[in-house]
Write a protein that binds this ligand. Structure first.
Ligand SMILES: Nc1ncnc2c1ncn2[C@@H]1O[C@H](COP(=O)(O)OP(=O)(O)OP(=O)(O)O)[C@@H](O)[C@H]1O
Ligand SMILES: [Mg+2]
Length: 245
């Protein structure tokens, strides 16, 4: 493909769900949290998932990130069926191929912002020590916190903590970032800030992004909106060619 053709040419799928189901057994009976979802997230896209509370958004995200196995159906990461992976491979996948961002930031309290970002790089045997440090510096700058590297989480605002969490999720260049209501605990201005940081990572670094949100304003800024209801994918729409998928 010539560069001019850009994104209109089929981008490769990073993450696919093929007719996935997730059922939970509870004392009250079986809960079907996700029901027959088919999705394909392509490289470089910024997709958002919306739907009422209890519609299965978090469950779907945890299936996509291999945090839980589906009851039925397959999840493919870069074409590889994660249902066929052994525990060690799955642990590697969660460490290197998927970056998670949650509503709560889950930073390590006794590590500084820079150290929190540096931490997951320690698992990366492909990088030398100076490379890891350089990467941590770069990511801290990317999320606009170059001046806050030495601060501990308690010395950072909620928005700053979330930016550290995003940089940490990016550490090992994951194929995809999965974010579950990353602005859910933040005020409007700070959420805008976080969203801008995520958009930046998507546009400037081509980071593939899947974001769960309740906020239509947030979803509007993504390239494709995926709507769930009662565990089913009921509608998808987008501003560009992603809408056709
Ligand atoms: N571990 C579990 N055991 C039993 N039921 C569960 C479990 N996790 C989720 N569920 C149920 O599955 C359904 C989907 O839950 P999920 O958390 O995915 O919804 P959600 O769309 O993320 O909601 P919210 O917007 O409130 O975060 C709900 O009915 C929920 O009660
Ligand atoms: Mg949820």
């Amino acid at each position: 493909m010539s560069p001019a053709e850009g994104r209109s040419v089929e981008a490769p799928a990073v993450l696919q769900t093929q007719n996935v189901y997730k059922e939970y057994q509870t004392s009250a009976g079986v809960v079907a949290a996700v029901r027959g979802v088919n999705l394909s997230i392509v490289e470089g896209e910024f997709a958002s998932i919306m739907g009422p509370s209890g519609s299965g958004k978090t469950t779907l995200l945890s299936l996509m990130g291999a945090l839980e196995p589906p009851t039925k159906g397959d999840v493919l990461l870069r074409g590889r069926d994660i249902g066929l992976m052994r525990n060690r491979e799955l642990a590697e996948l969660r460490r290197f191929d998927v970056g998670f961002v949650f509503q709560r930031f889950y930073l390590v309290d006794h590590l500084t912002a820079w150290e929190n970002i540096r931490f997951p790089l320690g698992f990366n045997t492909q990088m030398s020590r100076p490379e890891r440090e350089e990467r941590a510096d770069f990511l801290l700058e990317m999320v606009g916190l170059g001046h806050r590297g030495d601060h501990f989480p308690r010395q950072l605002s909620g928005g700053e903590q979330q930016r550290v969490a995003i940089a940490r999720a990016m550490a090992n260049e994951p194929a995809v970032i999965l974010a579950d209501e990353p602005t859910g605990n933040l005020d409007q201005r700070t959420s805008d800030d976080i969203l801008t940081a995520l958009e930046d990572l998507n546009k400037r670094l081509g980071q593939t992004l899947v974001l769960v949100t309740h906020d239509p304003g947030v979803a509007e800024r993504s390239s494709r909106v995926i709507q769930l209801e009662d565990g089913e994918l009921v509608r998808q729409y987008g501003q560009d060619d992603f809408s056709a998928r």
